[in-house]
Ligand binder design. Structure first.
Ligand SMILES: NC(=O)C1=CN([C@@H]2O[C@H](COP(=O)(O)OP(=O)(O)OC[C@H]3O[C@@H](n4cnc5c(N)ncnc54)[C@H](O)[C@@H]3O)[C@@H](O)[C@H]2O)[C@@H](O)CC1
Ligand SMILES: [K+]
Length: 478
């Protein structure tokens, strides 16, 4: 089952892997033609009703494959208004091949004829709102016709994610849907066939530019919509919490706060005037601080727990008490990780161990990333939290889905890059579901590292990543 949002991401990842959308459209059209052959014998008349998007484009391809049939293509709207290049190229190919075709510019003149089979390719996952003209008239004509109706991807007018229609929708006998079943198709009263269109498995498994689509920022959003992130850390180390908090800002958080021991608060603040630093008494985190920290954390969108915290017994006891009582979203990193398996918490956690820390947590690892992926998935399911296990291939799992990240380079073994990753994951966890937040953080952090390596080679340092994180989070070419 795949949502249309995730499908769009996978589609873009496929493109980055060298399988462009036009190629997928060719496979989709081929699958549509195969479904037509199942439903009608050679020589039968087939009316293809095509919209101006890629759903229509799929059927324009099918027209080319249906040489043994009497095919008429009805394009809804003027050819100049076809909304994608690849659909237009397939229309142009039909025109050049002198295929039997009509353009419907006046819905009152729409004539479906009396076909044996109708291919409904008006609208797919790009539908918004109720059917407009000439689609509405065409849908009525299709529903009134006695022909068998094959819908492309989804019956036109139906939302592929919910199965709902905002009014009129095509009543199909069969749907040929692409790549994977869609959540909204299950409740429809028609047969659903899933066609493999050659999307590489890697486009789903490996993070890629498509994963960044999850980040679409709403241009109308206000300060505060993009996250108020709290980093709890510092004590023995001061750079780590400052890096994590600055990274949260670079990853799009509106506010980044650091709660750290008073003894190091000035030093942490000294790293950046962009941080809001609050000191708690003493020189390391202790259970006494937890009630205040919980209060402070309650108004934040996400907490990053652990950078620079150290592993003093009283600090770890404080982590235990905090997590037991906290019910928000947190990224857990560094020494705080070892506490996660033993606490019962309502919190939504993203844990970011490297492989050594994973083993300290009780998880198993393997040199082979595929075997490691299975182990990480199983351990995430046991924990009931999302894991981002760092390595040459980062493995992300929420216990169900797995994403593997291949960006990054050996230069990133330098100190502090893990703090940058944790901070970015915190900012993203404020706006995305945990699996997406972890996957996008790993992808963008690795891209930032790759950009830093271009500039500094093996001499890159963690602050170089901070500067490049915004580029890592944009769809820019490396
Ligand atoms: N990986 C993928 O996502 C793939 C998608 N493919 C096809 O691409 C389709 C999605 O293509 P698009 O994103 O171009 O979207 P659609 O082709 O579903 O619809 C877009 C067009 O419909 C118009 N439109 C939207 N709502 C309307 C309404 N209520 N009344 C009338 N017109 C309306 C838009 O102005 C636009 O011209 C999928 O359903 C599938 O058929 C395939 O080609 C292969 C791969
Ligand atoms: K359709």
């Amino acid at each position: 089952m795949i949502t249309s949002r995730r499908m769009a991401a996978v589609d873009l990842n496929a493109e980055a892997l060298g399988v462009p959308r036009k190629q997928l459209m060719e496979s989709s059209g081929n699958a549509v033609a195969r479904a037509c052959r199942d439903l009608a014998d050679p020589g039968a008349s087939v009316a293809i009703v095509a919209g101006r998007g890629n759903n229509g484009g799929d059927a324009l391809v099918a027209a080319r494959f249906l040489t043994a049939y009497d095919v008429t293509v009805h394009l809804l709207g003027r050819p100049e208004t076809i909304s994608t290049d690849i659909a237009r190229e397939n229309w142009d190919a039909l025109v050049a091949g002198e295929a039997d075709r009509r353009t419907v510019t006046d819905s009152t003149a729409f004539d479906l004829g009396d076909p044996d089979l109708v291919v409904d390719a008006m609208l797919g996952t790009g539908v918004t709102g109720a059917l407009r003209e000439p689609e509405a008239t065409a849908a009525r004509a299709v529903n009134e016709s006695s022909a068998a109706v094959l819908a492309v991807d989804v019956p036109s007018g139906v939302d592929a994610d919910t199965g709902d229609a905002a009014g009129l929708a095509v009543d199909a006998d069969r749907v040929v849907t692409f790549h994977d079943d869609k959540p909204g198709l299950g409740d429809l009263d028609c047969e659903v066939v899933v066609a493999d269109i050659g999307i590489p498995e890697a486009a789903k498994l490996f993070t890629g530019p498509g994963d960044l689509l999850a980040l679409d920022r709403d241009p109308k959003s206000h300060k505060g919509d993009h996250g108020d992130v709290l980093v709890v850390g510092g004590g023995p180390y001061t750079g780590a919490p400052a890096l994590a908090a600055q990274s949260a800002l670079r990853a799009g958080a509106d506010l980044a706060r650091v709660a750290c021991p008073e003894a190091v608060a000035r030093e942490v603040q000294g790293y950046s005037e962009n941080l809001i630093v609050r000191g708690f008494s003493g020189d390391r985190l202790a259970p006494d601080h937890v009630p205040d920290l919980l209060d402070f954390a309650a108004d934040r969108d996400a907490v990053v727990f652990g950078p620079g915290l150290g592993d003093a017994d009283e600090s770890l006891a404080a982590v235990r008490e905090f997590l037991a009582a906290y019910d928000g979203t947190a990224v857990v990193d560094a020494d705080a990780l070892q506490i996660v398996p033993e606490v019962d918490t309502e919190a939504t956690l993203i844990c970011t161990p490297h492989q050594g820390e994973l083993q300290t947590m009780g998880g198993e690892t393997d040199a082979d990333w595929e075997a490691r992926s299975d182990l990480v998935r199983g351990f995430a399911a046991d924990l009931g939290h999302t894991l981002l296990v760092k390595g040459a291939y980062d493995v992300v799992s929420d216990g169900d889905a797995v994403r593997v990240n291949r960006t990054g380079n050996p230069g990133m073994t330098v100190g502090g890059t893990g703090d940058v990753l944790a901070g970015a994951a915190g900012a993203l966890a404020a706006v995305l579901p945990p699996l997406d937040a972890a996957a996008v953080a790993a992808y963008a952090n690795g891209r930032a590292g790759d950009l830093a390596a271009e500039a500094f080679g093996g001499g890159l340092v963690a602050t170089d990543l901070l500067e490049r994180l915004p580029a890592g989070l944009r769809g820019d070419e490396e």
